[in-house]
Design a protein. Sequence first.
Length: 400
Amino acid sequence: MRPPPWLGSGTLARDVALAGASLVGGLALYALDWQPQIHRNADLPTTLFLPPLLAMCLAVGLRRVAPRTSLATGTVALVVDVALGGSLGTILIYTQVLYDACVYGPPRLWRWLLRVTVALSLVGAVLGVFALGQWRGVAVGVPVVLAGLLPVLTGVSVRQYRDQAAAERARAEQTARLVEMDRRQAVSAERARMARELHDVVANHLSAVAIHATAVLSVPGLDRGQVESALRVIRESSVQGLAEMRQMIEVLREPGTTGGPAPVGDDPVPEMVSARLAEADGLVERIRAAGLAVRVRTDGTPGPLPVAVDLAAYRIVQESLTNALKHGTGEADLTIAYGSAEVVLTVENPVRRNGSGLPGAGAGLIGMRERTTLLAGRLTAGSQDGRWLVRAALPTGQGA
């Protein structure tokens, strides 16, 4: 059976109920005339034992809200009761006060109580031996051990268990918060990576489509051959963009939802083929077909690059040439320099003086900087003497 909510753990009503139960038990012993006294005095009225009993029950009610006051009140009540002769009910309730002081009081309080009860137990045993003149006098310290030391030891054990449980709970909550922070950071990083990839995939092809569509619509008197050439570039750019977009979507989908055959056994799910710097020739050809005259120069000996560097280099070249197509005068210089520890990409093109061209939001430049920063590389981009220069140095980790 569960107690009602108002008697739940940690509530004041529960403390008051415990104090009331202690009072009922003490009064029952009083009614049964169980007042074992060390020094029986027939002339001493038994009603004198009631005030210490009431004070002891009050101490029980204060066990959570004021542990020090509870201990002080209970100790004074015990001293008065023992001075009167000692009653069983008051002494038993005092064991509860000691236990509560160790559980709910400050750490210094239970340490002090442990020292005091151990000292009193030893003193009682030693005095008993000297008073009786034999070793059986040790039994004098037994009541102190039972009524004082054992409740303190029990309270200390429960206190340490609760403190350990609270520490474990706090550690678990902290771990959960850290996991949530890591998850959010991972989601943010993945969103940023996807935004870079989508921009690089779409911007190049859509820019070519927009440029040629604008040319067809704005230039009057184009012959059929020129129109077909522009439409051919538009079609190739659209198909290429759709193909790369489809590859990205296949990666983002769950296995088995792409409409194709599901992987069998332990066969891995096919991944999107990442763009590589070695495929820059095909990129340059598409850019040339879109209307940008690109001069390419390669320094050093091309070699295998780390996957992240390879992809970032391709995307930087793609974005730089796309910007040259959108904002330049129709020509650009691309230099790829392979070094022992890094690959250096340089794209330079003249800038239109009237500022005409397709509008841009600057996301491409931000994406290039993010890619370079993630690889601990260096990127400079800006206008110099009427020309736009992009220079990216990506470490390959292969040098000394």
